[in-house]
Design a protein around this ligand. Sequence first.
Ligand code: BG6
Length: 515
Amino acid sequence: MSSVTPDRSKVQPAPPGIMVIFGAGGDLARRKLFPALYHLMTDGLLAENFRIIVVDRRDRDAKDYRAYIDENARPHVSKAMNDDLWQELLQRIHYLNGDFQQANTYTRMSTLIDEIDRDYHTGGNCLYYLATPPDFFGDIATQLHAAGLSAESAGQWRHLVVEKPFGRDLESARALNRTLQAAFNEDQIYRIDHYLGKETVQNILMYRFANSTVEPIWNHRYIDHMQITVAESIGVETRGGYYDTAGALRDMVPNHLLALLSTVTMEPANSLDGNAVRDEQAKILRAIQPILPEQVLTDVVRGQYAEGVSSKGEPVPGYRSEAHVAGDSATETFVAMKVLIDSWRWAGVPFYLRTGKRLPGRYTEIVVQFKEAPNMMFRDSLVRREQVPPNTLVLRIQPNEGIGLSFNAKVPSTVPQLSPVEMDFSYKDYFGDGPTTGYETLLYECMNSDPTLFKRADVIETGWELVEPILDVWHALPPRDFPNYAAGSWGPDEAAALMSRDGRAWRPCKACSVD
Ligand code: BG6
């Protein structure tokens, strides 16, 4: 297989600046942010005069924190480790011991930013990264504003990066947006959905709009339906406390699943400009048919895992026995749903979405199933109709990233016989190493003031509007059959019924232990 090496000469390092990480003692900093900064550095994309301030309540200093990151972030670095470069990154860390809720933390931060700016010429640019529990988002933004740290003078930028969850329903999302927008302008706010940072998700637009063979058939005339599966084999691990108040719907649907759905269905934007792409995404999300309360009962399925076996064949506990989860919890760990989009392109095409914990494998894929060939010219031959399955295009988001097309071909023989065969593109074969954390692109784009891959306030709110009726109905009618699927299975039977009722079926997972 011929491999293709990206042409790095076209990519410039990001502008200088200071990244201020709030909640630097948490998982995100060690698992994603520092490995991503290191990957940017190895690719020459981090400015020489880029510095990092970590804000943490723990009474330690820069030296302790560097040792902590050295030990805890290293295992998450996926590119070859160059010790000198890694040490250089660690040396760029400044430590600010302080409580995010105290005004004096921000006064000291302001002084530190000025000092670093003077010593390292960071251009007055700051990226405030909120890697904290969501309850602090509003407060931190307000305090940054009060300390004068959100103001941008000519030629410099001050960006606020917020991780999900953005609220827990429409009302709280709106309230959070109002608070953030009172402290920063909308174009200074970068809301991360880490799915948009994944190479394979970005490639959906490239695949659709850089190939003349794709778009002509990307519509209701040729496509029967699409399936989006985000399956996880893990349970809730150490996050039971958060998860039990959120559930699979809030945790995955208004954000990641809708990000995939909008990318695969949006109209072409007239440029790659941040707002042009986001306008199209917002438009398609607004075109999704609202789910009426009575439809929640027929078109949305919820599930919770009971004990069972993990994808590795080991016995695992049920959700209600996980740490920090209520023994009688009504929280769903699985959701499947059918949605329709009211648009010229997608009239009558159903989109089936499903996601869950403790499923038989970890994989995310989008299946585009085409309509059957209109006329069976093989009718009078030995070829039977069921031997001619419709063509399927599978966008494999993770793992084994790639795109596969299955179509029918003649089996070599003297009598006509057909068999489905596959054409396969794999990222690894063409581009070598698999994708990195996804945060590299997001950080780089944020430093370059390009908001394309970040969620705008209206997109967030539209996501919540769509799931709000489901939350309401579920709240009014607590589940009576939980737990209703065994760990290691494909979720409750109703999820299969959601498709079989329409004469369709979920595509079996080839790489998983159970289909
Ligand atoms: C997070 C959810 O946003 O995405 C987690 O809170 C989930 O529950 C994770 O496990 C999945 O992300 P990825 O990149 O592993 O598919």
